[in-house]
Design a binder for this molecule. Sequence first.
Ligand SMILES: Cc1ncc(C[n+]2csc(CCOP(=O)(O)OP(=O)(O)O)c2C)c(N)n1
Ligand SMILES: [Mg+2]
Length: 345
Amino acid sequence: MAIQDVTLAGLGRQQVLDLHYQMVLLRRFEEKAAEEYTLGTIGGFLHLYIGQEGTGVGAISALRPSDYVVSSYREHGHAILKGIEPRAVMAELFGKATGCSKGKGGSMHMYSAEHRLIGGQAIVGAQLVIATGIGFGIKYQARPDIVLVSFGDGAVDEGAFHEGLNLSSVWKLPVVFLCENNQYSMGMAVNKAWSVSSLEPRAAAYGMPYAHVDGMDVLAVHEVLTEAAERARAGGGPTLVEAVTYRFRGHSMADPARYRTRDEEEQWKSSRDPIVLFERKLREAGIMRDEDARAAEDRANAVVEEAVTFAEESPEPSYDALFEDVSIENAGAIAWRDKPSTPRD
Ligand SMILES: Cc1ncc(C[n+]2csc(CCOP(=O)(O)OP(=O)(O)O)c2C)c(N)n1
Ligand SMILES: [Mg+2]
């Protein structure tokens, strides 16, 4: 069989090579962001997605561009996968006016209505009820879209998880709930936090289908998400997907990760890296050659370098921009700015 005819999980050669490239791009982007954070060019918090690329790429590749994604603060990858240019994500990290949130959001608040990335939510669990609301809007307006909401293993113990799953199930909303179970919620190990060992009984509690998937296997995630997305789009209601993965770094750049051993981390990095696993699979299937792997690396490095140059050269937001895009009416905001001591109520 000619190399271009090979398929995996129903995807053609170019499609699987694209999945590989996207994972490499996210990895290089995040490594660069860590470097810039250490140099002080990125401030605030920085939560990296390194190690979880198989889950994000597998999931978002199963969506249409018009579908919505709502994520947590670990969302740089989701933003890029939803089509926001890496340079606009990097500029947002740098707090520059050209960032996708005009430099006013930073790492935890990537946003683009155009690309249907509705955050970047810093409140753990908030995205679950936001996604439920978007799902309600889609159903009410009889639109063909769906919502994918990504959240961590820590978010399932929030009330918002239960409210979101219950209402989505009652109203059969087009929502796919994706728990990216990276096994830690800051310093809390999931096996100490959950009273059950998987989310299956919690899905059953709300009468919705459940799927468990290896989050380090990009194709497995793609397949599970494709099925859940089809169900949602066909009016079959929500699905709860649990993807088991691992974050290779600390919770944020500030976390020395003393709650787990270096041995455990090494085990995951050396035997379960989603990029290495996928490369091995592609080579064994005769899909990837050395030049393909090199081309993906070179392309990702060039995109990331360009993104940093763009961010460095971009202007800071203006002072007046502070008073734009806020929820208070402009007039009120200006009055408030001019007379900060005016009582509000
Ligand atoms: C409502 C709320 N409670 C607590 C926090 C503090 N906090 C920020 S991240 C985090 C851990 C969440 O872990 P998880 O949901 O597993 O996501 P991960 O960071 O592993 O991606 C906590 C407790 C918060 N931001 N919001
Ligand atoms: Mg977690």
